[in-house]
Design a protein. Structure first.
Length: 185
């Protein structure tokens, strides 16, 4: 905190005033509370302390990130804890020539059998998203309770990886074909 005493006056620099004002705004408007999982200023973590000048986050790998409240109140902030449900988004690539319907059915099998996936509010969304340079990309979206977000996200990734080969689905990687015609030395 930058406070200076000059001729019996207290002087705050601009960043201190910004952080103080940001702290007041956060405490008044309450965009997040203790325990919420937020993303702000390039950092994600659980809020474990809100002070007048700074907010303290604990990351998933137990690092403590101190973010000045001026930056928090002035920038984009994502609060992942406000809603009871979250949408999980995936993009899976299949090789050109692979059977799209087989891949789609394999993904749908996981989403309909996993009890953590909420199928009452909206059916899982599976669609051919893009014909990319090295893959045919399938977008997948499903709703889960916020506590199940990571488990379902990682679960489908693992399921897809383990079952793609069994279903003759190739895991594409960036590649380039070079054709050389009439080359003379």
């Amino acid at each position: 905190m930058d406070i200076y005493l000059t001729n019996k006056e207290v002087v705050f620099n601009n960043s201190s005033l910004s952080n103080l004002a940001g702290g007041v705004m956060i405490m008044f408007f309450k965009p997040f509370k203790m325990g919420d999982f937020i993303t702000a200023q390039g950092h994600s973590g659980s809020v474990n302390d809100i002070q007048i000048f700074n907010t303290y986050l604990t990351t998933t790998d137990s690092k403590v990130v101190i973010i000045p409240n001026g930056k928090l109140s002035d920038g984009v902030l994502v609060n992942n804890s406000i809603k009871d449900t979250r949408r999980v988004d995936w993009v899976f690539g299949i090789g050109y020539g692979d059977n799209y319907d087989t891949a789609k059915n394999m993904i749908l099998e996981f989403l309909t059998s996993d009890k953590r996936v909420i199928n009452t509010t909206a059916e899982p969304y599976i669609a051919l998203q893009e014909l990319a340079d090295s893959s045919v990309n399938i977008v997948v979206r499903a709703w889960v309770k916020k506590a199940d977000y990571s488990g379902v996200s990682f679960g489908l990734n693992e399921y897809y990886y383990k079952n793609a080969g069994k279903n003759n689905i190739n895991m594409p990687f960036p590649q380039m074909d070079i054709h050389m015609d009439n080359i003379t030395a």
